[in-house]
Structure formats: C-alpha cells, structure tokens
Design a protein around this ligand. Sequence first.
Ligand SMILES: [Zn+2]
Length: 231
Amino acid sequence: MNFAKGSLGWIEVVCGPMFSGKSEELIRRLRRAEIARQRVQIFKPVIDQRYSDNHIVSHSELRIRSESVKDASEVAAKVDLRTEVVGIDEAQFLGEPLLEAATKLANLGKRVIVAGLDTDFLGRPFEPMPRLLAMAEEITKLLAICVRCGNPAVHTQRLFASEDLIVVGAEGMYEARCRRCFDAQLALQKPAEGETVPTGDDNRRPAARPTASATVADKAAAQTAGEPGKS
Ligand SMILES: [Zn+2]
C-alpha cells in the first residue's frame, strides 16, 4: 500500500497458518514505520503470552514491544489519537469486535495492520478473520511449508486430541501441513486403546498428558510413515 496519501487510513491483513511467518511480517512492517518515525502502537491478546507479555515475538526470535489486550474494544480504547500505525497480532483471538475496532481506526485515518490465523484446527474459516479479509484494502496470505511432504502448507495441524477452538501452543503441538497431508480427524480422535493415556487422575492437569503423548505418538507415526520414502 503505497498509493495512500495524507490522512487516509486503511486495513492490511497478514494471514496464513502457523509457522508461515505472520508475526515476522507484521514486525517487519511495523519496524519500517518506526524507522520513518511514524507513531506506532502494537497490541496482542492477553491469551497469547507464549514468549513475553510485553513483546510480540516471532518463532525466529524477532521481537517488538506490544501492549496486551483482552479484546478488540480495548484496542480501540487504548489507541492514542496521534498514533499513525496500529499493529495487531494473533487477531483471531480478539473476537467479533475486531471488525468494528479496525474499521473505526481506519476511518480515523490510521494504518491498521492485522495478523492472524485465517483457519482453525479443523481447517474452517476462523472468525473474525474471514470477515476482516472482506473489509481490508490489502491482504497478504502467507504459506508455510508442509513438514510431511514439503509442499506449500495452508493448514495448521493440531497434533493432539482436543476439540477446544483455542489451545495456545507452538512447536510440538501444531505443525504446518498442505491440504493433502492435513488431517482434521487427528485433533478429534480419542486416544486409541493401548496408548498410555491415563484418565481420571486428579493430580494431573487434564490436558497435559494426552497432549504430550499424542504428540509423541504422532511424531513416531510420522517417522515410521516417512521411512520407506527415504530409502
Ligand atoms: Zn503435505
């Protein structure tokens, strides 16, 4: 977007699966704005505290300071009138009010850059991102590389069984997969008989053990499946 002049605001969206470099791209754009001495404010949802609570950190360890918000209405409330560029990471966690907040900020003349997952762990459109894409001036869809076959990956594969829409995690819990290798059922399957996934143990956090063992089991299966191809 380099055709906009004066105080015209707009919305840019950077979307794609996990491990596609969305945060890196968001940080790159925000850094360029800071270098040009534009006033920049950056937000991320409270839910995502994986690396830092006052920075956005990419998987490649790029970082930029940020403010944590619990929802999108808090973004709109926290933006200073003089701010020129507003960055928002992990926007899929901010809910429907994101549409109104981004529109309001753009209408006030601000450049709004939003990064987030456009599909969920079952490959479904992840609201509010799809509607935000419809309203944005510019869209960048990034792809990752499928860890199984090396083709362009559009999906975020959950490697453990959980039907919760939001389970924050990183390497080991999710991986990028192409449309052929993506398996939505993997996240919905109950552990098979014989797998060492105990239940009903009150001393353990319910999600922790199934997560770990499903991940290990899947990695083992992936390695086994991959072996014939190597020879
Ligand atoms: Zn693949």
